[in-house]
Design a protein around this ligand. Sequence first.
Ligand SMILES: [Zn+2]
Ligand SMILES: [Zn+2]
Length: 213
Amino acid sequence: MKVITIPVTPFMQNCRVIACDVTGKAAIVDPGGDVEKILSAVEEHNLAVEFILLTHGHLDHVGASNKLADSLNIEIVGPHIEDKFWLDGLPMQAQMFGFAPQAGFTPHKWLEEGDVIELGELKLAVKHCPGHTPGHVVFYEPKSASVLVGDVLFKGSVGRTDFPKGDAAQLKHAIETKLFTLDDKTRVMSGHGEDTSIGYEKRNNPFMSGRFG
Ligand SMILES: [Zn+2]
Ligand SMILES: [Zn+2]
């Protein structure tokens, strides 16, 4: 799996273009903003973008979805329907975070635990990991042993749970049952900051070791 990381928005959100090495078919994961930057990366690498994938409904992850869907004539897939209130509330989110005005939208398809998304010869397994937001999903690709986790897990940290419908216990449970069950060598690509691995987080993440209860 080819991965191009494009930091977008003032929140330095890691938008990623992922592509099948064999077919060149690509998807844009969490296009939070900076449409032109994303489009020029797609052009530069000569990729055939099939769809947009969203991990959750926060503005810094979804802000460029509509414009990209229109200009590339592709569908928006995900997150889980439990994040509908975040997507409907995009005008409010824009105000809250000081972003340019933003309209709400509904993706072409909602995702659920157990869905498998085919991208060329890649198969992305959808795992529902609520806690940061109730409809947060992550995408696990077994061939490359990598997982795109959005704001569920970061290097040495976990996602905030102080937003509406956030739940710290739920987040911890999701990480333990859906992520820490993956192989230690699995590459973890987070929505902010640098990559990490499942093994590193199992050993070093203070939020998961019980040190902070
Ligand atoms: Zn978030
Ligand atoms: Zn974020």
